[in-house]
Design a protein around this ligand. Structure first.
Ligand SMILES: O=C(O)CCC(=O)C(=O)O
Ligand SMILES: [Fe+2]
Length: 320
């Protein structure tokens, strides 16, 4: 089998492929597309200046501002899925210009599935979104960050570690953390990420964006929110997370990777409002989500099932 056939068979976005050079040489791209593809492949993100219309952003802030407290430090600091309530949030998540770029990068139909809106910087520690959202095949997920006002060193801009997306997708199991229902262990994951970036000699980079600019990061790019130097300064922003069609979607943080018990996601496409069927190569996948949590799932289930079988053999009917 030749290299091109091998490369084309892989279940990976072409911009994330180890055969990227081969795949790009097969395409006819303009200069702008070439730059986007190379940047995304090499650095793990791209910036699209002024992609979202100022009027739509103003409308969105107007719609959602009463949902937030006046001052930094008061709750709620963020809102998830305001698209269900405000058409403007949904319009940003469904913007044609964003869809076009995502179709180019992933060659599958994008599925916006979650919005987060912030009034202030998040000061989130370094993480990869793959701890929260992943899929089979892997890497058909990305984050799209929209600046709803200019960011600078004072209002907690985004930071990221260029090229960090090239690493494996870390999950709790392979870094030795046991998940708990209440998120209590999440800081251990963050400790790991910082130590990992440090030992890998990655350097965090801040990015200052202008209102309307869009940053797309690869599913596995390590990023976060820088400290806020001026607590008065707002940093209105919207992040939309996207999957792509034809995958099985799950939450690694809530999955038991050892038992391959994936906590599957209920995905709703923000643009179409349709529930998304998990699928592979156009075929629907029948999925069973136990809804149970980690280790408790497989062990309790196995013991209970075993006990049931044994009793059934003895008494000749199902005991419970
Ligand atoms: O806006 C930020 O500071 C980071 C947000 C983020 O990491 C995310 O939504 O995935
Ligand atoms: Fe994130």
């Amino acid at each position: 089998m030749n290299k091109t056939a091998i490369a084309q068979r892989m279940n990976l976005p072409w911009v994330e492929s180890p055969f990227f050079e081969n795949l790009i040489s097969q395409k006819t791209l303009d200069l702008q597309q070439q730059k986007m593809a190379f940047d995304f492949h090499n650095e793990g993100y791209i910036v699209l200046p002024g992609m979202i219309d100022s009027k739509l952003i103003d409308q969105t802030i107007q719609d959602i501002k009463h949902e937030y407290p006046d001052r930094l430090g008061e709750e709620p600091s963020r809102h998830q899925d305001l698209w269900k309530k405000y058409e403007s949030v949904r319009a940003i998540a469904s913007a044609d210009a964003i869809f076009d770029v995502l179709r180019f990068l992933y060659e599958r139909e994008p599925i916006p599935f979650q919005t987060l809106n912030f009034k202030f910087g998040t000061q989130q520690r370094a993480h990869s979104d793959t701890i929260h959202f992943s899929c089979v095949p892997a890497r058909f997920m990305c984050g799209v960050w929209v600046a709803m006002e200019d960011t600078n060193a004072n209002n907690g801009p985004l930071f990221y570690y260029p090229k960090s997306h090239r690493n494996e997708e870390f999950n709790y199991y392979n870094i030795g953390i046991e998940a708990q229902k209440d998120y209590a262990e999440y800081h251990e994951y963050e400790d790991f990420m910082e130590a990992f970036m440090d030992s890998g000699h990655y350097a965090p980079q801040q990015i200052h964006l202008n209102k309307g600019d869009v940053l797309i990061w690869s599913s596995n790019l390590i990023h976060g929110g820088a400290p806020i130097l001026n607590p008065e300064a707002t940093r209105w922003s919207q992040v939309t997370h996207y999957f792509f069609e034809g995958c099985m979607y799950y939450s690694p943080r809530l999955s038991d990777m050892f038992a391959n018990n994936l906590n599957l996601r209920h995905v709703v496409n923000i643009k179409t409002r349709q529930i998304v069927q998990h699928s592979d190569k156009g075929k629907p996948i029948e999925t069973i989500n136990t809804g149970n949590f980690k280790y408790a799932v497989s062990r309790q289930f196995t013991l209970r099932t075993l006990a049931k079988e044994v009793i059934k053999k003895i008494i000749g009917k199902k005991p419970f």
